[in-house]
Ligand binder design. Structure first.
Ligand code: IK2
Length: 450
């Protein structure tokens, strides 16, 4: 039986707020949630992380390394923890001073301009919170935000919570079958992008290198987007959390470094992805002060700042990378070299069992077409779900292997076209990749592919 809430001050206040808006005058009869939460309650990471933990699987699902961060950054964290009382207390709200200073120096060299550490940078609780601050700060009710698909799933609910309208444009494969498929084959149609722009368009969101596809946007593609942003006075939100992870000679280019773009771009970064320490949750947003001041307003009224010692350690890490930039000692060189080998290994394994991966130019992930799999999907608990969701759940429950369904990175209007792909994360120990190979090969031996 439902009991009325205990009438302490908090519940009395909540009750009075609810009853003001509720003609039936009953808390129980009313929805307590804010309207902005409608349609954003599902989260692919919550769902699949829980499932993977429940079934104790070989985990090529969520994008985190299962190996330790490099020793220099771990030592930096230990030194920070032992570095005196101030490391355990609050620091500057918008970023620990040593961190914003080195980020400004480091990225100033890359974008080829002076970056003001106090005005142009906001340190956040992971890139996730940088994205949240960006959308909350810039999107008004009725604003349209163009999102390039496939997209990191949180962009959509974050735009919706800002009462904005997401407008989607999918990258389309130039060819969809045959050997040698690459993320470079997935392209944005400039005419289609231009057609999505309306007087209400406030921003375009891009992610390069892209999660889940691994596409690294080329200079001409970025220039095309930049030209439209400038022509129509639109902000660009560029999620670059995998910026150091490019393969086969591909180069990551910051759209903010193109002429006329610094003034209108918010660039998002992640120390978690940069130093293989995703649990530290240190990220940042970077851009011109006149935009950043609004993100800071959201930040100061929500989390205020992220952990001081973690920021100090990331500052030390960036100082070391600044000093070794471009040399073999740089982790930003070592990490992609290590991941390149893992990426080839996973691609080889998928091919050996008859799957055709789309070779990523960058990032943590590889997607593959699974329409050739012959699986008897008779799990009633997944009935009615998209095909890739059902396959991934079946793989977890029946084969002990976790991956991620790709249609979760698409809007409802386009997800139907992309249910034939699943995503593998290859940023894993070789032993984990070997365990995944064993599962796939064993399955192949039993000849259950079509
Ligand atoms: N932006 C992108 C493109 C990301 O991929 C992530 C982290 N994603 O990891 C989950 C997965 O895809 O398996 C973020 C932002 C968030 O980064 P952070 O961990 O710094 O908050």
């Amino acid at each position: 039986m439902l009991r009325p809430p205990v009438l302490n001050w908090a519940s009395l206040w909540k009750r009075s707020v609810v009853l003001t808006h509720c003609p039936s005058k009953s808390v129980m009869a009313c929805e307590l949630h804010a309207k902005r939460l409608e349609g954003v309650d599902k989260n692919i990471w919550v769902e699949f992380t829980q499932l993977a933990a429940e079934y104790k699987v070989v985990n090529l699902g969520q994008g985190f390394p299962d190996f330790s961060p490099p020793s220099f950054i771990r030592e930096a964290f230990c030194n920070a923890l032992n570095g005196g009382a101030s490391m355990h207390q609050y620091t500057r709200a918008f970023g620990h001073p040593p961190l914003v200073k080195i980020l400004a120096k480091f990225f100033g060299r890359i974008v080829g301009r002076e970056i003001d550490p106090m005005e142009d940078i906001l340190v956040t609780v992971g890139a996730y919170q940088a994205l949240f601050c960006t959308f909350q700060a810039l999107i008004n009710e009725g604003d349209e935000v163009i999102i390039v698909e496939p997209f990191f799933d949180c962009y959509q609910p974050m735009v919706m919570m800002g009462r904005g309208t997401p407008v989607y444009i999918p990258l389309k494969p130039r060819k969809s079958t045959g050997p040698g498929l690459s993320s470079a084959d997935w392209v944005l149609c400039s005419e289609e992008l231009a057609s999505k722009i309306s007087p209400r368009t406030k921003a375009i969101v891009i992610n390069t290198p892209n999660n889940p596809l691994g596409k690294v946007f080329q200079r001409d593609e970025l220039q095309m987007i930049a030209d439209l942003c400038i022509k129509h006075d639109i902000i660009c939100i560029s999620d670059e959390v995998y910026e150091w992870l490019t393969y086969d000679g591909e180069k990551h280019i910051k759209i903010a470094s193109l002429p006329g773009m610094w003034e209108r771009t918010v660039t998002i970064g992640s120390a978690g992805k940069t130093f293989s320490a995703t649990g530290w949750k240190v990220g940042w947003a970077m851009g011109p002060g006149h935009i950043m001041k609004h993100l800071k307003t959201v930040h100061q009224n929500s989390v205020y700042h992220t952990a001081t010692a973690a920021q100090e350690a990331v500052a030390m890490g960036f100082q070391k990378e600044y000093d070794t930039f471009g040399t073999e000692e740089s982790y930003f060189k070592q990490l992609p070299a290590m991941l390149h080998a893992k990426r080839l290994r996973l691609a080889e394994c998928l091919r050996s069992v008859g799957l055709e991966p789309i070779m990523p130019q960058g990032g943590y992930f590889m997607i593959t077409d699974i329409s050739g799999l012959k699986v008897d999907l008779n799990d009633p608990s997944t009935k009615g779900e998209p095909y890739d969701f059902r396959i991934v759940k079946w793989l977890i429950k029946e084969k002990g292997l976790a991956t991620i369904p790709v249609s979760g990175f698409y809007s409802q209007e386009h997800s139907g076209d992309f249910q034939k792909y699943i995503r593998f994360c290859f940023v894993k120990e070789d032993s984990t990749l070997k365990a995944a190979e064993d599962i796939l090969k064993q399955w192949r031996i039993k000849q259950i592919w079509l």
